[in-house]
Design a protein around this ligand. Structure first.
Ligand SMILES: Nc1nc2c(ncn2[C@@H]2O[C@H](COP(=O)(O)OP(=O)(O)OP(=O)(O)O)[C@@H](O)[C@H]2O)c(=O)[nH]1
Ligand SMILES: [Mg+2]
Length: 425
């Protein structure tokens, strides 16, 4: 079964914890701190794999987690970095945030990887915390959690040209004759169950990507037949080749066929109705109803539509059709790539790079933001040294000053995340 939409959960690795350790040397009772840092957690990375055309793999496996970083150790040994996880997706996979449905990324480029969940940083070992006055720091920082998010993957294939038309009109045959693609071809409706892509190479660097989708029937835009799931794959195409079977072997009228498909395209998305179309009258080698054929040609002429008369089976007229298609493409803008609608790393900038923000919730002063969460998250509140370190960090960063400017008084409540404490100064 073809799959072009999937909801998955991705989780980057947690950073390793920093180590608490002291040098041990002969004749030295307690040496200086030498606890190493934890390793960074692995990232969740997405990579475009050009051969893939479905999201099938994501139907069965829905959770993807990268490895955690290892904890630091004595002798300033740093924990090993967690392994990244690389998830391969078809070109044109659009990633949305499952909560807001906003686009996070359009995985259309093969030139780069996309990091969609970042591993947490490793915590500092106690070797970092030795100062002249505190020579035996009895604390280290815990690693940061990795990013985690639920996302929706949606495939919107990246093709310059889409083949549309009724079932069995010869779309896949045309793809197979013009590209190296090897789609299934057979004399019954809905032979094609998933989109196929191929590259039409006209030589001298002139080429384009052609997509073949399952046949469209009346009601497709409402989900009849294989439905609108497949129309999604031609959303991004720049031109449509509308294939019409004009042989009359199936007893239908080609003008009606042509109008039904166009009505379905319009019902699905007005933009598809306006997409430039090239009409290919196929199966000219087996015309059974010459009257219907001539009527079709006359009607198209009346409407000002140019018709390319071809036979995908014998290759007649196919080269001219492809050349014309290429020529038209050169006049059009490139394939649409969607801009992200949200920045998954925006938290870092939400507070102007200051790293924290203080708001009032009635009597409580609430401190939030990336810096405060990073620092607060790694404090061991049962350890007085760790706590002192935290207080000093608040002071150095200017948080205490901001609180005082906002009118905080001794004994007022401060909240950071789930943690509440009294302000003492
Ligand atoms: N005689 C003749 N037969 C053709 C031509 N083009 C396609 N056919 C035959 O028509 C039948 C359907 O062809 P396909 O290429 O599978 O049609 P399709 O439009 O991809 O069909 P679906 O995938 O079911 O939508 C096959 O038996 C082909 O061999 C043609 O130009 N002439
Ligand atoms: Mg087909």
């Amino acid at each position: 079964m073809f799959t072009d939409k999937a909801k998955i959960f991705i989780q980057a690795g947690k950073g390793g914890n920093g180590a608490i350790s002291f040098r041990r040397e002969k004749y030295v009772a307690a040496g200086g701190p030498d606890g190493g840092d934890g390793g960074k957690g692995g990232d969740v990375i997405f990579r475009v794999e050009t051969g893939m055309t479905t999201l099938m793999d994501f139907r069965y496996k829905r959770k993807y987690a990268a490895q955690s970083g290892a904890d630091g150790a004595g002798k300033r040994r740093k924990g090993k970095k967690g392994d990244d996880i690389i998830i391969k997706v078809p070109q044109g996979t659009v990633v949305r945030d499952a909560d807001s449905n906003r686009i996070i990324a359009d995985l259309s480029s093969t030139d780069r990887d996309f990091v969609l969940a970042r591993g947490g940083n490793g915590g500092w070992g106690n070797a970092h915390f030795a100062t002249a006055v505190r020579q035996t720091p009895n604390f280290a920082k815990n690693g940061q959690p990795g990013d985690e998010r639920e996302i929706i993957l949606e495939l919107k294939l990246l093709a310059d040209v889409g083949l549309v038309g009724f079932p069995n009109v010869g779309k896949s045959t045309l793809l197979s004759m013009t590209t190296k693609a090897d789609p299934k071809i057979a004399d019954y409706h809905f032979t094609t169950l998933e989109p196929n892509l191929g590259v039409v190479d006209l030589g001298e660097g002139r080429s384009f990507v052609l997509a073949d989708i399952p046949g469209i029937i009346e009601g497709a835009s409402e989900g009849v037949g294989l439905g609108h799931e497949f129309l999604r794959h031609i959303e991004r195409t720049r031109i449509l080749i509308h294939v019409v079977d004009i042989s009359g072997v199936e007893g239908r009228n080609p003008i009606e066929d042509f109008d039904i498909i166009n009505a379905e395209l319009a019902a699905y998305d007005m933009a598809l109705e306006e997409r430039p179309q090239i009409v290919a009258a196929n199966k000219t080698d087996i015309i059974q109803d010459a009257d219907a054929y001539n009527e079709f040609l006359a009607e198209m002429k009346r409407r000002g539509v140019t018709v390319y008369e071809i036979s995908a089976a014998t290759n007649k007229g196919v080269k001219e059709l492809m050349q014309k298609t290429y020529e038209e493409l050169t006049k059009l803008p490139p394939v649409t790539v969607f801009e992200p609608e949200m920045d998954i790393y925006e938290d870092e900038f939400a507070d102007d790079g200051k790293g924290y923000e203080i708001t009032r919730d009635n009597e409580v002063y609430v401190i939030s933001g990336s810096w405060i969460e990073a620092v607060g998250g790694s404090v061991n509140f049962s350890d007085s040294e760790s706590l002192q370190y935290f207080q000093r960090a608040l002071l150095n960063r200017g948080v205490i000053e901001d609180l005082i400017n906002m009118g905080i008084r001794e004994g007022d409540t401060v909240r950071i995340g789930d943690l509440e404490f009294d302000f003492v100064y």
